[in-house]
Design a protein around this ligand. Structure first.
Ligand code: PLP
Ligand code: SF4
Length: 325
């Protein structure tokens, strides 16, 4: 039993960090290394083997590979692509707690993730400077009765161990004005082993209503293990939503987006947001123009029932909600 519960931690320790290992696993030629950068220490290549197994061998354009491959293009600078594109720094109540939107706060619980997505808008976020003790964060939440929902984010909150998470959630549940707990996590998609008994135990025990927002960007990200993990969460009574990022070379075509919505719903996950890329330095090569994005949205509307069309949004620093496109 103990072994089972730590499976995910072993998976995480065995994640791929070495570009050469990745190319070997995928039977890709080593000359691709010349198109890759030596990624910065804090945001190096990182991908669980189980996720690599869903990539097509021998295909340098595989949509899952593109999400994690540190390409030389990351060095490209473009006006408007900044280090803090969504105004996180200004929204901090205390380091690590963002209060941008009415009634909801976002708690950056850790800087670590199970996977490093090259388009990530928090890739330059200074996590070590943006950390407060749990006590300090809880204090702020306790003092503001307008807050009814706490979002655990990061990084990825589910890389924390279940004992810490369980204690943290119990502290939140003791604050009477908190009604909902939301988790923003990629783990059920990229590391399905993470959805284990220990996790389900504290998720189902809390009096708070739990919403989990996962992140899948392409239908190929689903396999039997992912489906099972999502199934377990559904059976635990958790509301499942998905947010995706519109990414050039990954999911910027209607057929893929439509198949993604359908794959999500097969697993009882509703598409929530389709984000236009946050203009963060290092992500220029993923950018899709707003004009093309709108064409894709129209094609999704034609092909899908309304409940399978996500809201297409862009986060604009200083706005009181995510801006619909
Ligand atoms: C995206 C975000 C939220 C959640 O917004 P919803 O529209 O409720 O999903 C909350 N806080 C911050 C800081 C965010 O970036
Ligand atoms: S899992 Fe989320 S926070 Fe982590 S690198 Fe990917 S997009 Fe960024």
């Amino acid at each position: 039993m103990n072994n089972l519960s730590t499976n995910w931690q072993r998976e995480l320790r065995n994640a791929i960090h070495d570009p050469t290992d990745l190319l070997n696993l995928l039977e890709l030629p080593n000359r691709l290394l010349t198109e890759m950068i030596v990624a910065k220490q804090h945001f190096m290549l990182r991908v669980p083997k189980g996720y690599v197994a869903r990539m097509r061998k021998g295909d340098p354009d595989d949509p899952l590979l593109r999400q994690i491959l540190p390409l030389v293009e990351e060095n490209k600078q473009l006006q408007g692509f900044s280090l803090d594109p969504v105004g996180d720094v200004l929204a901090e109540k205390v380091p690590g707690l963002l209060h941008k939107y009415q009634g909801r706060v976002l708690w950056i619980t850790t800087g670590a993730c199970a996977i490093h997505c090259r388009y990530c808008f928090r890739q330059h976020y200074n996590y070590s400077a943006s950390h407060s003790s749990n006590q300090a964060v809880l204090e702020v939440i306790r003092a503001d009765s307008s807050i009814s929902e706490v979002i655990l984010s990061g990084g990825d909150p589910l890389v924390l161990d279940d004992r810490s998470l369980s204690e943290l959630v119990q502290s939140l549940a003791r604050i009477s004005h908190i009604e909902r707990l939301r988790l923003h996590t990629r783990c059920p998609i990229v590391l399905p082993e993470r959805v284990n008994d220990e996790l389900l135990a504290w998720l189902t025990k809390t009096r708070l209503q739990v919403i989990m927002v996962v992140q899948a960007n392409h239908p190929n990200e689903f396999n039997e293990s992912v489906n099972q993990a999502l199934q377990r969460l559904v059976e635990a009574g958790i509301t499942l939503l998905n947010q995706s990022v519109l990414l050039r070379g990954v999911n910027d075509n209607a057929a893929t987006l439509i198949a993604l919505s359908e794959a999500l719903f097969k697993n009882r996950v509703l598409p929530y947001y389709l984000h236009l890329l946050d203009r963060v330095q290092g992500s220029v090569h993923f950018n899709v123009s707003q004009k093309n994005a709108l064409v894709l949205l129209e094609q999704m509307r034609i092909a899908l029932p309304g409940y399978l069309v996500p809201s297409m949004v862009r986060e604009v620093a200083g706005m009181p909600y995510k801006k619909p496109i």
